[in-house]
Structures are given as structure tokens and as C-alpha cells.
Write a protein that binds this ligand. Structure first.
Ligand SMILES: NC(=O)c1ccc[n+]([C@@H]2O[C@H](COP(=O)([O-])OP(=O)(O)OC[C@H]3O[C@@H](n4cnc5c(N)ncnc54)[C@H](OP(=O)(O)O)[C@@H]3O)[C@@H](O)[C@H]2O)c1
Length: 278
């Protein structure tokens, strides 16, 4: 049973907070009584998003941070600690998607996605761990993906960054357990957010298309908040059927192997015929 008071007055930073999962987590944390620094790279977008949560008063605060810039991330985190005297939970959530045939990806695509999805998390962890060690407490929650525990074909770039996030976070979970720090890895499957019509550069393309099976972002945020409060390590969202998928992949179950082979085939056909593939 979730502890509904867990977040009361906890100082949290959420990156990628102006949209999708980051916005939904920010709202959920504010609802549960946290002080939420909503971080985003665009001053206009983050001011608008924080403004939409103005019902929570000065517990919701905008923070400007481009997560691909080490200095932005470090100064942003240090600024929050200077203002709020501590940092309880850092959500390294900002990121971009990327479903693209490997042979189409340029080295510039590789650099962009690694900067946005992996270096961003390294910068956040690198800045926050010394602060949390000095405090003697703190929780870092990194957004990976189901693609960070199961490798979807046509997502080699994305999956590389997300496996990196999972590995980093899981190592640190054990490394710092005796120091009072907690680490969680969020592994969402399809969540209904604008990510599906954005490219690796984060720019929107065409009309918003969301997979039919996508899970609502507000429900995802509520589940995430519950599991983070329980200090769970890997948090699969939604938990089923994706926990079974993950375990089936690890156990080399034939039906999961077939499912991945079929996904590869379907995506190749869609790519070659100009159809939709996510
Ligand atoms: N939705 C899913 O199905 C799904 C599944 C698995 C994992 N995820 C992960 O969940 C996280 C959130 O994605 P989402 O679905 O909520 O997508 P989203 O709605 O597109 O949100 C992505 C957020 O990241 C921000 N961002 C991107 N590059 C940034 C940068 N350089 N500096 C600062 N902020 C930056 C975006 O800001 P701008 O608006 O300024 O671009 C936006 O606020 C990502 O890490 C994604 O990989 C999502």
C-alpha cells in the first residue's frame, strides 16, 4: 500500500518536465505534497507548464536546464540545493525517442541521442551523488525504457542509451545502498506522450500519432510515484504485460524470440513501404 505522505515537503527535480511523463510526474508529486522543480530547456515551455500547475502555489517552480550541457545540469542542481537546503529526489527523465533503421542513422544521430539520453543522466548523477552523500540521503530516479531491458529491433540507437541508463542506475543502487542513497530505473513501455511524433533531434514531425496500446501518462506517473516511494529498483510501466515480456526475454523463451523476430519483420516492411512503425 502506497504511503500517501511519503512526498510531503520532499524537494524534487524533474527534467523534461514540460511534456509527457515528466509533466505527469511533476503534477503527481505536487499533488502528493512535494516541492517540485520542473526543469526544461525552453524558458517559455517550462514557464507555461509550471503555470498550468499554479494551483500548487510556490511548491511548483520552473528551472531552466538543457540536459546536454554539463554546466546547466550542475548549476541547476546546485542552485536548487542552495535555495531549498537539500535535494531529496532527482528524476533524470528528459530524453528523445528514435525508431530508425540502423543503416539510415548518421553518426550525428548517434551523438545527438547519446548526448540527450545518456550524457544527460551521467551529468545529473555526477552532480547529485556528492550532494546526496554529504546529506546522507537522497534518491535518483533515471528514466530508461522497456528498450533498456529488452532490445526492440529498429531501436538500436535508443536501446543503447537506455541499456546504459539501466546499467548505470542498477550498479549505483548496490554501490550506495549502505550510504543511505536509493536508485530507481523507470522502464516505460508505450506511454501516451508527444514522443511518438518527434525525431532524434526532439523536434515534432507531422501529426501526433500514438500507439493504440499506449498507457495514459497520468496513470504511469501515479504508478511511478508509488514504486519510487517503495524504493523499488527497476520499475516497469505498466507492470504487466511488460514484466512478463522482460522476464521472458531474459529466460530466452521461444515466444518472446518469435515476437521480436516478427517485430523486426513488420517494421522492415513498414519502413520499406512507407507505412507507420513506432
Ligand atoms: N512515452 C513513451 O512511450 C516512453 C517509453 C519509454 C521511455 N520513455 C522515456 O521517457 C522520457 C520522457 O519521454 P516522454 O514520453 O514524456 O516524451 P516527451 O513528451 O517528448 O518529453 C520529453 C521531454 O524531454 C525534454 N528534452 C529533450 N531534450 C532535452 C534537452 N536537451 N534538455 C532538456 N530537456 C530536454 C523535452 O523538452 P522539449 O519540449 O524542450 O523538447 C520534453 O520535456 C524519455 O527519457 C523517454 O525516452 C518514454
Amino acid at each position: 500500500m502506497a504511503d500517501l505522505n511519503y512526498y510531503k515537503d520532499k524537494v524534487c527535480i524533474v527534467t523534461g518536465a514540460n511534456s509527457g511523463i515528466g509533466y505527469a510526474i511533476s503534477e503527481e508529486l505536487a499533488k502528493r505534497g512535494a516541492i517540485v522543480y520542473m526543469a526544461g530547456r525552453s524558458p517559455e515551455k517550462i514557464a507555461k507548464a509550471a503555470g498550468e500547475l499554479s494551483a500548487y502555489g510556490d511548491r511548483v517552480r520552473p528551472l531552466i536546464m538543457d540536459v546536454t550541457k554539463e554546466e546547466d545540469v550542475r548549476k541547476g542542481i546546485e542552485g536548487v540545493v542552495a535555495e531549498a537546503s537539500r535535494l531529496d529526489i532527482l528524476f533524470n527523465n528528459a530524453g528523445v525517442g528514435g525508431t530508425i533503421p540502423f543503416e539510415m542513422a548518421t553518426l550525428e544521430d548517434w551523438k545527438t541521442i547519446i548526448d540527450t539520453n545518456l550524457w544527460s543522466v551521467i551529468y545529473g548523477v555526477h552532480a547529485a551523488v556528492p550532494i546526496m552523500l554529504e546529506q546522507g540521503f537522497g534518491h535518483i530516479v533515471n528514466t530508461s525504457s522497456i528498450a533498456g531491458i529488452v532490445p526492440p529491433p529498429f531501436q538500436a540507437l535508443y536501446s543503447l542509451t537506455k541499456y546504459g541508463v539501466t546499467g548505470l542506475t542498477e550498479c549505483l543502487k548496490y554501490e550506495y545502498a549502505e550510504k543511505g542513497l536509493h536508485f530507481s530505473t523507470i522502464c516505460p513501455a508505450n506511454i501516451a506522450t508527444p514522443i511518438f511524433n518527434k525525431g532524434i533531434d526532439g523536434q515534432a514531425r507531422g501529426d501526433l500519432r500514438i500507439p493504440d496500446d499506449a498507457y495514459p501518462a497520468d496513470k504511469a506517473a501515479s504508478l511511478i510515484a508509488d514504486r519510487v516511494a517503495e524504493h523499488k529498483g527497476i520499475i516497469v510501466v505498466p507492470e504487466e504485460p511488460y514484466t512478463d515480456l522482460w522476464k521472458g526475454y531474459i529466460l530466452d523463451r521461444p515466444e518472446i524470440e518469435e515476437w521480436l523476430q516478427k517485430m523486426a519483420h513488420d517494421r522492415r516492411v513498414a519502413f520499406e513501404t512507407g507505412g507507420t512503425y513506432f
